[in-house]
Ligand binder design. Structure first.
Ligand SMILES: [Zn+2]
Ligand SMILES: [Zn+2]
Length: 391
């Protein structure tokens, strides 16, 4: 059951646009909102506009020098600034990039504030989740690290323990880096192996810095991992470490680029597996943090077939009224996709899979890369959190 839930969104957030041909098209956010509206999900959420984060808020995580560099990059988008990761082959400069990126931060912080102060139980910013941004550098399509700034806001407003769970196919390296030496923040990331995917970090041995041992947890999944393997890994690690940490609030990043159709990565999840993961995180929030849950978007580059359905499921879970996977995709939304993009949109809110998995407690098979990865994470992280890595 959910209390009143919040979506922080306005059209300004869709100006986060690296331009034509870039994989991170704001169309994915626009189509998500339209699909959620067509299915009645927005009617069940309180929707408020996104405030813009001021420099002082940005500088709780980023350096003043970097914020100045982003402002300058937006004024001179033709000039590259490789020292700050701006104007690179993946993170292009675009006009007003500071203003738009600061609004995405404002949205995530407003979501965190509303949850922390008890206005709502759950809150979401689907335009957020820009988890690769570093304190002094843009990276991987991410300018300002809105989840890290939202977590820092929580710490600065009285939270003593915050857990962050990142299910994007890429390692949540920026958030991990910001809090690597901070014992108040647990960062958990499940992602494709650093041996096969950007950013090349997130191995099981990254467990937290001095004084914060055990507060970074990484599950590096083999390429090809599908729903059953992904959910097996999730359930073998995430609930145990989050419970052990006893956070007061859960912040989650919902990149849906783990889908088989995503063009930038090599996992093989379906909408059904993603929906199951979102539901599991919702359950975990109710169990561990009295429902205090802040959810963001993230990566996801199959912008028609995957992102709108995945995040509409997410928003429905946030709203407390999950969508039956067999629900048809509304005809009006499909027509708009057909007319604007010349594409046949999915017919249903499911990929026809059942999100089943075999639980870790039934035994471990050392002959599979997946099980060796899960075991490596449990062996590296569980003892540091006072957990038994055997079952
Ligand atoms: Zn709920
Ligand atoms: Zn990603």
């Amino acid at each position: 059951m959910s209390g009143e839930a919040l979506l922080v969104f306005d059209d300004g957030l869709t100006a986060y646009d690296f331009g034509r041909g870039h994989p991170m098209s704001p169309i994915r956010v626009e189509l998500t909102i339209k699909l959620a509206r067509a299915l009645g999900v927005l009617d069940q959420l309180k929707v408020v506009p996104a405030p813009t984060a001021d420099d002082a808020l940005l500088e709780t995580v980023h350096t003043p020098e970097y914020v100045a560099a982003v402002k300058s990059a937006g004024e001179h988008p033709d000039e590259a600034d490789p020292v700050h990761g701006l104007g690179t082959s993946d993170t292009y400069c675009f006009p007003r990039m500071h203003e738009v990126s600061a609004q995405i931060v404002g949205a995530s912080v407003e979501a965190a504030r509303a949850v922390w102060e008890g206005d709502v139980l759950h809150a979401a910013n689907i335009a957020g989740g820009l988890h690769h941004a570093m304190p002094n550098q843009a990276s991987g399509f991410c300018v300002y690290n809105d989840p890290a700034i939202a977590i820092q806001w929580l710490l600065d407003h009285g939270a003593e323990r915050v857990a962050y769970v990142d299910v994007d196919v890429h390692h949540g390296d920026g958030v991990q880096t910001v809090f690597y030496n901070d014992p108040r923040v647990l960062t958990v990331s499940l992602h494709e192996s650093p041996t096969t995917l950007f950013p090349g970090t997130g191995s099981a041995g990254e467990t937290g810095g001095p004084g914060a041992e055990g507060t970074a947890v990484n599950v590096a999944l083999p390429p090809g991992t599908g729903d059953a393997g992904w959910l097996r890994a999730f359930h073998a690690v995430v609930p145990d470490v989050v419970r052990a940490f006893r956070p007061q609030v859960l912040v989650t990043q919902h990149g849906c680029d783990s889908h088989v159709e995503d063009p930038l990565a090599h996992l093989t999840k379906t909408i059904d597996g993603q929906r199951a993961a979102y539901a599991a995180l919702h359950d975990l929030a109710h169990e561990v943090t009295d429902g205090k849950w802040v959810a963001t978007g993230g990566g996801g580059y199959a912008i028609i077939d995957v992102v709108p359905r995945a995040w509409t499921h997410l928003l429905a879970i946030v709203a407390g009224d999950p969508i039956d996977p067999l629900t048809p995709v509304p005809e009006g939304w499909r027509e708009e996709v057909q007319i604007r993009f010349g594409r046949v949109a999915p017919m249903r809110m499911t990929d026809g899979q059942d999100a089943k998995y075999v639980d870790w407690s039934t035994g471990y098979n050392p002959n599979t890369w997946l099980d060796r990865s899960i075991k490596a994470t449990r062996d590296a992280s569980f003892p540091l959190l006072g957990l038994d890595s055997t079952y």
